[in-house]
Ligand binder design. Structure first.
Ligand code: BTN
Length: 324
């Protein structure tokens, strides 16, 4: 999408965000667009998951008010976190891709948020449904010195940071499903996708993506597993700017500690948040399946499974864990 279309859609939504009727003609005059162009942008926004309807003689209206992400509102809450640099985008293919493509490369603590993604990426090649204004789509950049062993367990730390931010805000008691799903009441609330670019003999550049459902529109969402969102799970309204700021701070603190001390300070936290601790589970690895009892994680973040009287260690992002 062109920059000017993206800008027009941002401005259009700023007007519609109050949930009141706005005449297409007036909006067009304000934004320097024809009525047909306004109508085209409205259609595109509807396709991104927004519920906008029109009534002849009255104009366009969002079915409910929308609180948009605001750079200023978020940075105000990030005081004393000097390393954090924030970009807030409107519509983008994928925040992970955006961070990956940045030149010069950002420094640790750079974070990008978007209102919608047109090609949001999930784990194992899946897509991540990313309707407009309905979630948090966030990617943080972090550079770890010391090669791939320095980042083993990273996605577990990210999950812990998310659970802690949600608990600080008294929203939900989240549980973590190894290696990187956040669950509430047995349903998926958030997912984590860490993309790593290693440098020969050098450190690892990590793009840490997180998608957290806030208020998903039921009818447009096509997710192949039980899911929930903050509004449904907590019954509370939440300001996405406050939520984003807490997630950023929690993630920044956790990554700073992880960089200094590795996974050790997180092991007991993981145990208390582990969805499958002492539960019968099965691990799916391509066509193979192993059954046993979940026994937490080891010091490198590998999943521990008790099977045939033995504790086995499992690593790797291509493993899916299910209740058995
Ligand atoms: C999963 O499959 O559970 C991981 C989903 C990760 C989605 C987030 S949304 C922000 C960031 N940008 C992407 O394209 N993906 C991640």
């Amino acid at each position: 999408m062109s920059t000017s279309a993206n800008l027009s859609r941002t401005l259009l939504l700023q007007r519609l965000a109050d949930g009141q009727f706005h005449s297409g003609e007036v909006i067009g005059a304000e934004l320097g667009l024809s009525r047909a162009a306004v109508s085209k942008h409205v259609k595109a926004l509807t396709e991104l998951g927004l519920d906008i309807f029109s009534v002849t003689g009255k104009g366009y209206k969002l079915s409910k008010p929308l609180s948009l992400l605001e750079h200023k509102a978020i940075t105000r809450l990030l005081e004393q976190h000097d390393n954090i640099q924030l970009t807030v985008l409107n519509i983008i293919d994928s925040t992970n891709q955006y961070v990956k493509d940045l030149r010069p490369q950002p420094t640790s603590g750079y974070v990008c948020l978007a209102e919608a993604q047109t090609a949001g990426r999930g784990r194992q090649g899946r897509t991540w449904e990313s309707p407009y204004g309905a979630s948090i789509y966030m990617s943080m950049f972090w550079r770890f010195d010391g090669g791939y062993q320095a980042i083993s367990g990273l996605s577990l730390v990210v999950g812990i940071a998310i659970a802690e931010a949600l608990s600080e805000l008294s929203l939900v008691d989240a549980k973590l499903k190894w290696p990187n799903d956040v669950y509430v009441q047995g349903k998926k609330l958030a997912g984590i996708l860490v993309e790593v670019e290693g440098q020969l003999g050098g450190g690892c550049d990590c793009i840490i993506g997180l998608g957290l459902n806030v208020d998903l529109p039921e009818k447009q969402v096509n997710i192949d597993q039980p899911w929930t969102d903050i509004i449904r799970a907590s019954g509370k309204q939440v300001d996405r700017n406050i939520l984003a700021a807490h997630l950023i701070k929690s993630l920044n603190n956790a990554l700073t500690l992880f960089e200094q001390r590795g996974l050790v300070p997180f092991l007991s936290k993981w145990q208390s948040l582990d969805y499958f601790y002492d539960q019968p589970i099965k691990l799916l690895m391509g066509k193979n399946e192993v059954q046993g009892i979940g026994r937490g994680i080891d010091a490198n973040g590998a999943l521990l499974l008790e099977s045939d009287g033995e504790i086995k260690h499992f690593h790797g992002g291509e493993i899916s864990v299910r209740a058995n």
